[in-house]
Design a protein around this ligand. Structure first.
Ligand code: 13P
Length: 252
């Protein structure tokens, strides 16, 4: 059985002080929530230490939003997998469309990051998704296939089984325009099919595939009810404690 994962991608929001407030409120909202979903928050780098402190002795886990692929070195402004692991991160979001779009990340770079994350015991949340013009041109599956082939290159079936993949159609991110549950299901099922083709059925059945893009308390239950949607990667709605808690509770 795949354990659902609800992960909040805070993006470039929340100072350390605000992080303490928001996590205090979120823990209050979640009360004694004990599953079935696993809950992760991914604050900016500068708030990770504060978040780690707040989450001690709770069931919530910590993730980061990006990282470099080297352990250390002359890479001004970068953060290494070792640094994230030491802070207690379990997850790291890699290849988010905002990284691809604004910071020039390509599949080759994302692949190096995925492999580095695994070396340090971090679980990659590998993001894939098509642009609006690609969907309109009906090349969604081809785009996703290329991103998966690149991002997962060189991994073993066992490594892929432990990964998280997030389908995030770029046109649905921050737009309020969610993919329909049927569209999310269709692409998530396609991702599982490609994983089966590349790495075999066991890896495909084990890998968790999330949906992300304008998920909120109102649409979460239907999205999370789809057979191949194993959780959600939540942006804007994760900045509100009550809203995010409601999404967590929508996971069955
Ligand atoms: P929104 O939920 O704000 O659309 O963002 C989705 C996202 O990019 C999560 O990684």
């Amino acid at each position: 059985m795949r354990i659902p994962l609800i992960a909040g991608n805070w993006k470039m929001h929340n100072t350390a002080a605000r992080t303490r407030e928001l996590l205090g409120a979120l823990l209050h909202e979640l009360g004694d929530y004990s599953g079935p979903a696993e809950v992760a928050v991914c604050p900016p780098f500068t708030s990770l230490a504060a978040a780690a402190e707040c989450l001690q002795n709770t069931s919530l886990v910590l993730g980061a939003q990006n990282m470099h692929y080297e352990e250390k070195g002359a890479y001004t402004g970068e953060i290494s997998p070792l640094m994230l692991a030491e802070l207690g991160c379990r997850y790291v979001i890699l290849g988010h469309s905002e990284r691809r779009q604004y910071f020039g990340e390509d599949d080759a770079l994302v692949s190096r990051k995925v492999q580095a994350a695994l070396r340090y015991g971090l679980v990659p949340i590998l993001c894939v998704g098509e642009l609006l013009e690609q969907r309109q041109a009906r090349v969604t599956e081809a785009v996703i296939r290329i991103q998966l082939a690149g991002g997962l290159a060189g991994l073993t079936p066992q490594q892929v089984a432990g990964l998280v993949i997030a389908y995030e159609p770029v046109w649905a991110i921050g737009t309020g325009r969610t993919a329909s549950p049927a569209d999310a299901q269709q692409v998530n099922a396609y991702i599982r099919q490609v994983v089966a083709e590349f790495f075999g059925d066991a890896a495909a059945q084990a890998v968790r595939i999330l949906y992300g893009g304008s998920v909120n308390a109102g649409n979460a239950a239907e999205l999370l009810g789809q057979a191949d949607v194993d959780g959600a990667l939540v942006g804007g709605a994760s900045l509100d404690a009550a809203g995010f808690a409601a999404i967590v509770r929508a996971a069955r």
